[in-house]
Design a protein around this ligand. Structure first.
Ligand code: 9Z3
Length: 332
């Protein structure tokens, strides 16, 4: 089915109009400041097998690419609309949330404050109650060994908040994603060339249309389960041709077979006629990506030293994209 038929036959998820309102305000705010705005999509989409969903299929993606890219876009002066899978990695918090340590490991007792308070308390004993500023015995603080690291991220996070540079919107299913993508890009269209669309989410290629989906939990007594899935409509087409026709549109192509990557990336570019496809392989995606556009192909690869230092390839990706976006804006 094509995109129009999909939207006509699939019930819209709740809350899309609330999101549209928030995006409109965000876009207007950034326009007043003549800021560029980028939509970053991130994380995997689920495909429900039942309307009352017990089972679903999922697409691989931790959200690292999207969350890291969002931070680098903000550092480069952009406003970022971060459309992400619920509970996947998010800008700033990503440095701490999905680690093997839980957040309690980041804390320690503030023994010094406790002693200071105890001293102060002794000196002023007998004074009237009610103004006791002593921290309770449970006073906690960020562990000494993490102070510098957390402070650095905290400052960037606070600045992004204070400058209203980040709007976060989450999705779970491929349906949420498609409806939100359509609505958000339409609200972004007044940005014209100042808008960028950076589609890093791992979007399912297959789904079960509403009319063919089981309403209740599929019962397990009948032996093997055979599923028939249909193709998700190619959403980049209306995105490029209708919803964001003046924007700078970057899609990602993910493959696991080396021989497929560049041909498939080129094919996507030809089919949709957008500005750039970034090709990446599942197992090397953190170290090498390919930029494929109509007039050039270039590789971005971390050096061995950068790999050893855990350097983020998104730093290079975003700085290159900011340059390409500037060229796009300057073009007649
Ligand atoms: C990507 O290729 C992303 O770079 C990754 C990032 C999902 C690999 P992580 O989130 O991984 O950092 O763990 N995203 C696009 C994947 C995709 O579904 N592309 C479609 C395709 O390949 C086209 S829209 O056909």
């Amino acid at each position: 089915m094509d995109a129009q038929e999909y939207f006509d036959t699939t019930p819209a998820p709740q809350g899309v109009e609330d999101v549209a309102q928030r995006v409109r305000e965000f876009v207007e705010h950034n326009q007043r400041l003549s800021r560029r705005v980028v939509l970053v999509s991130s994380g995997g989409t689920t495909v429900p097998l039942e309307a009352n969903t017990v089972r679903f299929l999922d697409n691989f993606s931790a959200g690292t690419r999207g969350a890291a890219s969002a931070e680098h876009f903000i550092a480069s002066g952009y406003g970022v609309i971060f459309l992400h899978r619920q509970f996947s990695l998010e800008p700033y918090t990503r440095h701490f949330t999905h680690s093997k340590n839980c957040f309690l490991d980041f804390l320690e007792r503030d023994a010094a404050a406790h002693e200071r308070a105890a001293d102060g308390g002794a000196a002023s004993s007998g004074s009237s109650a009610g103004h006791d500023a002593r921290p309770r015995r449970g006073s906690l603080r960020v562990a000494e060994r993490l102070q510098a690291e957390i402070a650095e991220v905290f400052d960037k996070y606070q600045a992004a908040r204070a400058e209203h540079r980040l709007l976060k919107i989450d999705f779970v299913t491929v349906h949420d994603y498609l409806f939100l993508l359509r609505r958000i890009t339409m609200e972004m269209s007044p940005l014209g060339k100042l808008g960028m669309y950076y589609l890093a989410a791992a979007v399912s290629d297959y789904f079960i249309p509403q009319a063919k989906m089981a309403v209740h939990k599929i019962q397990s007594g009948d032996g093997a389960l055979t599923l028939s899935l249909e193709q998700v409509p190619k959403i980049i087409k209306p995105l490029v041709q209708e919803w964001a026709e003046h924007g700078f549109i970057v899609s990602f192509k993910l493959e696991t077979d080396d021989a497929m990557l560049l041909p498939k990336a080129r094919k996507a570019l030809e089919r949709y006629g957008h500005q750039l496809v970034i090709g990446n392989m599942l197992h090397t995606r953190k170290h090498v990506v390919h930029f494929i556009s109509a007039d050039r192909a270039e590789e971005i690869r971390l050096t061995p030293d950068e790999v050893a230092a855990n350097f983020e390839i998104e730093t290079h990706i975003i700085s290159r994209l900011v340059g390409l976006h500037s060229e796009w804006i300057a073009r007649e």
